[in-house]
Write a protein that binds this ligand. Structure first.
Ligand code: LRH
Ligand code: MN
Length: 430
């Protein structure tokens, strides 16, 4: 029998923490009421916040140098779903899972959909993978995939994406995320324009395979694994490609895929304005695509992104329906803990952005009161909304303190007994 945390265990822990939470919640409620904010309405809104968990995030991640698996590593998609279900059990903000193929390959996707449903989960956008060669693969992706100079290799990559759409249909997904590693390491190695044209030509074939109610998310990335040029390197190229492909093509923003100090919240505002924002791969970074826990390096930047999202939601921006997903690599932490903490940091930024007094902000902007405007944002960002997040979890059947409850449950140790240890040493993200 596979170990799972007993609901009674969570209830018992919550009971011990309930009165402190009630105190903090009441105090925050009084403070917000003085600002004309109804904490009850806020908590109801926050309880509906949801972000998808990446299946590749529940196993220990690694870098090109090494990967150090921990105890109880998931052996396959069903173990990954067990870990995702535990995250949802305690945090109540992660009801969907974003799979990656062929990493999450299965012999029966209908059964996999039921296995997820039995754990209270559903599938979000599916991710294709033409950045690694699979055993027995006819054409290598060493020099690219959808933009490869060789037509047969491009067709192989198109076929894989079409297969991912077919799998997604069986899983109940409604979107395909396409990130390609295609690029070059030397000036002159690749014809920069021809490479993009080959990509667009191949993506038209992928686009044509999309069901009417599906979308395709183009994911740009400045560099890595290519270190001189990347075919879809920035939001401008992604946007132009999505424009050219059609209304079902949108642009996904992975926070780690930009040069340091790029104004990502403005990129988000632009993609919203042009009705091409697909959604996000949330994480954090200090240098490159570090895939660190969301909100762990620059929580103010995360808040500023959500400030744009709430502004768009409140003015009912046309075509605004972003998909929220995490995309992280947990190299030195328990992935379940990191994913819970990250989902909570997203919910925190979302709640703080809801606290922005948009009328006061607009007035300060209209009167060029720079500091007044900035202070409106800082006032929201510096609000400790933890009682709202905890109360939203409690009322949704989760844990007041998910990480403490998880650690006290012994879940990881139990999985360490159930799941044989993995050999150390293989490098790479998964
Ligand atoms: C590329 C990326 C992409 C995934 C991969 C695991 O860096 O962000 O979204 O396919 O990570
Ligand atoms: Mn990503």
């Amino acid at each position: 029998m596979s170990f799972s945390i007993a609901p009674e265990f969570v209830e018992k822990r919550n009971a011990a923490e309930r009165s402190a939470l009630d105190d903090d919640y009441a105090a925050l409620g009084r403070r917000l009421a003085r600002r004309g904010v109804d904490i009850e309405a806020m908590t109801t809104t926050v309880a509906a916040f949801a972000v998808a968990i990446p299946t590749w995030g529940v196993g220990t991640g690694g870098t090109r140098f090494a990967r150090f698996p921990g105890p109880g590593e998931p052996r396959g998609i069903l173990d990954k779903l067990d870990d995702c279900a535990t995250i949802q059990q305690l945090v109540r903000a992660t009801p969907t899972v974003s799979p990656h193929f062929p990493w999450d390959k299965s012999t029966d996707f209908g059964a996999l959909r039921q296995a997820a449903a039995a754990r209270g989960l559903a599938f979000d956008a599916v991710n294709s993978n033409t950045f690694q060669d699979q055993a027995g693969q006819k054409h290598s992706y060493k020099f690219g995939s959808l933009s490869h100079v060789d037509r047969a290799t491009r067709e192989q990559a198109v076929a894989h994406n079409v297969e991912c759409i077919e799998i997604g249909k069986k899983l109940g997904s409604k979107a395909l995320t396409v990130w390609i590693a295609d690029g070059s390491n030397f000036a002159g190695q690749s014809n920069l324009t021809a490479a993009l044209d080959r990509y667009l030509d191949a993506m038209r074939a992928v686009y044509a395979a999309l069901p009417d109610d599906w979308t395709v998310f183009l994911e740009h990335k400045m560099y890595e694994p290519a270190f001189y040029s990347t075919v879809i390197s920035d939001w401008g190229t992604s946007f132009a490609a999505a424009q050219e492909l059609g209304p079902k093509a949108l642009c996904l923003v992975d926070l780690g895929h930009h040069a340091p100090n790029v104004n990502i919240e403005q990129i988000v505002a632009r993609l919203i304005r042009f009705k091409k924002l697909a959604g996000f791969h949330f994480n954090d970074s200090k240098y490159g695509d570090d895939d660190l826990d969301a909100g762990s390096v620059d929580p103010f930047r995360l808040f500023l992104v959500f400030n744009e999202l709430i502004d768009a939601a409140q003015r009912k921006a046309p075509g605004f329906a972003p998909a929220y997903m995490l995309d992280q690599s947990h190299n030195v932490t328990d992935p379940v803990e990191s994913l819970m903490a990250s989902a909570i940091e997203l919910q925190r930024a979302y709640t703080q952005a809801l606290l922005v007094d948009r009328a006061a902000l607009a007035h300060a902007q209209e009167t060029n009161d720079a500091l007044g405007a900035h202070s409106e944002l800082k006032r929201a960002f510096t609000a400790d909304v933890s009682p709202i997040l905890a109360m939203a979890r409690l009322r949704s059947g989760g844990a007041i303190d998910p990480i403490a409850t998880y650690r006290a449950s012994g879940y990881r140790a139990e999985k360490g007994k159930e799941r044989p240890p993995q050999a150390a040493g293989s490098a790479g993200i998964v």
